[in-house]
Design a protein around this ligand. Structure first.
Ligand SMILES: [Zn+2]
Length: 151
């Protein structure tokens, strides 16, 4: 090793270690769109849960019933306040699975990981995400997963 050459001066600051490779992210607009889709999905799911919905609505009565946008935002609020415990008690296993997939997807949005396959790390197509916003897998991995489950 030629230790005394001037090469050493070229060494850059190493204090900033890249901990994680930043992935190309969706635009803010897209993120909001998918977040919206996820929240809507969650609300739909929760609305199917009779007793829980009724109970929560009774706690915070909504006003004008004609105001649908206000209503849906209230529901979004409600959706984020529901406890896991209640979900576990109320949902059938398929619904519960879906619920947690939605939750996970929302978490990935917060972490900036949304839209990437959790198995192979490849970008999931927007078309696919629009159809199944909560999906953690790209199509290939999803198919593999289903094949494995059928065994
Ligand atoms: Zn994949």
């Amino acid at each position: 090793m030629p230790g005394k050459t001037k090469k050493t001066k070229k060494i850059r600051k190493t204090s900033k270690k890249p901990r994680k490779v930043k992935k190309a992210k969706f635009s803010k607009k897209d993120v909001r769109l998918f977040k919206d889709l996820l929240i809507k999905e969650k609300i739909n799911l929760l609305e199917g849960m009779d007793h829980l919905t009724r109970e929560t609505l009774n706690k915070s009565p909504r006003e004008a019933s004609g105001d649908l946008s206000g209503y849906s935002y209230h529901m979004a609020d409600m959706a984020s306040n529901v406890m896991d415990r209640d979900i576990n008690l109320t949902l059938a296993s398929g619904e519960r699975e879906l619920f947690f997939k939605i939750e996970d997807a929302l978490k990935r949005i917060e972490e900036g990981e949304y839209g990437y396959c959790v198995a192979c790390n490849k970008k999931i197509s927007k078309t696919r995400l629009r159809a199944i916003p909560h999906t953690p897998y790209c199509r290939n991995c999803q198919e593999n997963e289903e094949k494995n489950n059928k065994k």
